[in-house]
Ligand binder design. Structure first.
Ligand SMILES: CC(=O)[C@@H](O)[C@H](O)COP(=O)(O)O
Length: 264
């Protein structure tokens, strides 16, 4: 098995890259473009309330740099703290992007934690799915909430590894494992990854993909980190597919003597 015939499928669309990246916090649009290119990402998420994707004709438009012909743009509802605002933001994105219906829903609880408000998230997901949106949803690592969101019709469940922008890595791998056990749609880790090894861990666990922003944009050299993340995601996926050796309590010689002349 090779990664060439191992696509990520989201809402029936096939992708080669399992790294999804955000567009916030970069120095300028050129750095954003170079980092995205180095990451190999095919899905690029954009905060509609913070980024110009056509709302302001006088300002630089991100979509002039990150072309929707080359990338799948994933409008997100960052900055929304209730269902109503999140739904309105998705509708605005759909209008600005000629009926584009794949969105990333995030409804946040407060400024300090940026933790998802799951009650409002569920409310918004319900409205959006009924309105024809394909909803990839950022949520907590609560398996019950994750299942509820899947049952509502979300196309992907995206539990946080840790708080957005914290770089603390995956704090509760057990819960993410339970979510993967219960959900049939792709489960992606979204938020909290700080460096390449943490992205690899998510993939080794069997997550379908990872979405990140801060680890790349906040690195000393974002373009180099984007390239590291690409490799980490691929290595993690390969390791997952290859299957880890069983953990053993005691040593087991790397060059066993059994069956050799000396060992008889
Ligand atoms: C970019 C995005 O959509 C986020 O949800 C989030 O910002 C990702 O989290 P990190 O910045 O911690 O990677």
């Amino acid at each position: 098995m090779s990664l060439e015939n191992d696509p990520l499928i989201i809402a029936g669309q096939s992708f080669n890259s399992r790294l999804l990246i955000g567009t916030g916090k970069y120095k300028d649009l050129e750095e954003t473009r170079l980092a995205i290119e180095a990451s190999g990402a095919e899905i690029v998420t954009v905060a509609v309330r913070r980024t110009n994707i056509g709302q302001n004709a006088d300002e630089p438009n991100l979509l002039d740099v990150i072309s929707p012909e080359k990338y799948t743009i994933l409008p997100n509802t960052a900055g929304c703290f209730n269902a109503e605002d999140a739904v309105r933001t998705c509708k605005l994105a759909r209008e600005l992007m000629d009926g584009h219906d794949l969105v990333k829903l995030e409804v946040l609880g407060d400024q300090k934690t940026l933790y998802p408000n799951v009650v409002e998230t569920i409310k918004a997901a319900d409205v959006l799915v009924r309105d024809g949106f394909k909803v990839m949803v950022y949520t907590s690592d609560d398996p019950i909430v994750a299942k509820e969101l899947e049952d509502l019709g979300c196309v992907s469940i995206m539990p946080l590894g840790s708080m957005i922008g914290s770089g603390l890595g995956i704090l509760n791998p057990h819960n993410i494992n339970v979510i993967m056990e219960d959900c049939k749609v792709p489960v992606l880790v979204d938020a909290g990854v700080g460096t390449a090894s943490e992205a690899a861990v998510a993939m080794e666990m069997g997550c379908e993909a990872v979405l990140m922003n801060s680890a790349i944009a906040g690195a000393q050299n974002p373009i180099l980190m984007a390239s590291a993340m690409k490799k980490a995601i691929e290595a993690g996926r390969e390791a997952y597919l290859a299957g880890r050796m069983p953990r053993k309590k005691y040593a087991s010689a790397s060059s066993p003597m059994e069956g050799t002349i000396v060992g008889k």
